[in-house]
Design a protein around this ligand. Sequence first.
Ligand code: ADP
Length: 387
Amino acid sequence: MARLELDDVTKVYDTRNETIVAVEELDLDIRDGEFIVVVGPSGCGKSTTLRMIAGLETVTNGEIRLGNERINERAPKDRDIAMVFQSYALYPHKTVRDNIAYGLQLSTDLTGEEIDKRVENAADMMGITDLLQKKPSALSGGQQQRVATGRAIVREPELFLFDEPLSNLDAKLRKHMRTELSRIHSEFRTTTVYVTHDQEEAMTMADRIVILRSGELQQVGAPKEVYHRPANRFVADFIGSPSMNFRNVELNRSGGQPRLSGDGFEYDLDDRVLSQVNRSTSKLEMGVRPEDVTIDPNAPTEKSFEATVDVVEIVGSDNFVYLSLSDKEFRVRVDSSIEPSEGEVVRMTFDDDDIHLFDTTSGEAYAHGLPRTDRTVTADKGDTIAD
Ligand code: ADP
């Protein structure tokens, strides 16, 4: 097991027509045993980052260290890293047993007996013992995924790299495999870097999430941290499903009561939230998560407003309600007991602590309310989270 550090790592692709900066000055310090998930939209540099760590791409600038040693120039086979690809990359003519054993035969001097033992242990752990004599073509996608993971486990490497390993599986199996991979990680505690475009996968599996955009690091933090305290609008939008609602607002501090005014609504803001907005600007962007909004006809008018119900989606435990506020959509996720009719005018509200405020130009976060779990304890003391 090992610590993995990326120090100012940049990757530039020079193609005939253009120069693409795929990863720009990326700094990461991944602790020994940590499970890191790298997320971001397609083309943000996730795979390139992973491939540089694996040695499948050269590093244009900067340094990668594994266990405190520079590995930039080390050949992939000498890095003590095992990688699982989205395509599984199994050898079609080899049996499952030989697929799992092959890497060990190449890279170690273990005896045949020792290799057999390791393969059987890995197969047992992945629940594929009865498949050992089969060829990959006889296996389902989920089974092939298990073989690919077994082949990585058996190497007992310093570092696991996963490149969208569950993308080809159906939704139910994907959830199941997430739990399996988390279980394996808690057993081995091998440092892991896992790439996905799926924020839910990141939230459920990661010790810490790394969010990239156009090759640039946006935020590194525990799932709760990036959810409750997104560093900027991009992270706020990317993390959480359905995604956060955004509205341009003006902050009016004149008179007694600070007030947020937007297209079609006004909201009286508590001073403690306002105190976090220490810039002089009055134009801001407000973000509110769908799950933080409630529909309540008795909500105080100074903190609530009316909107028209466009669509109600019943998803079982919750209902997704799409409201129209000044002709713009406002997504709300409410308990399944609340089922307004389409076309109905409802009163919606959210707490001061559910508000996130962002710079309209840079997208940088100015202020966040307190996470719900912290409210009863800290809010009473009048504390705020100051950036
Ligand atoms: P992601 O994995 O997040 O989808 P990638 O790391 O694959 O993103 O790609 C990051 C950027 O680098 C994209 O703009 C992509 O087009 C570009 N890129 C990736 N590989 C190459 C390559 N071999 N040659 C040129 N450009 C590349």
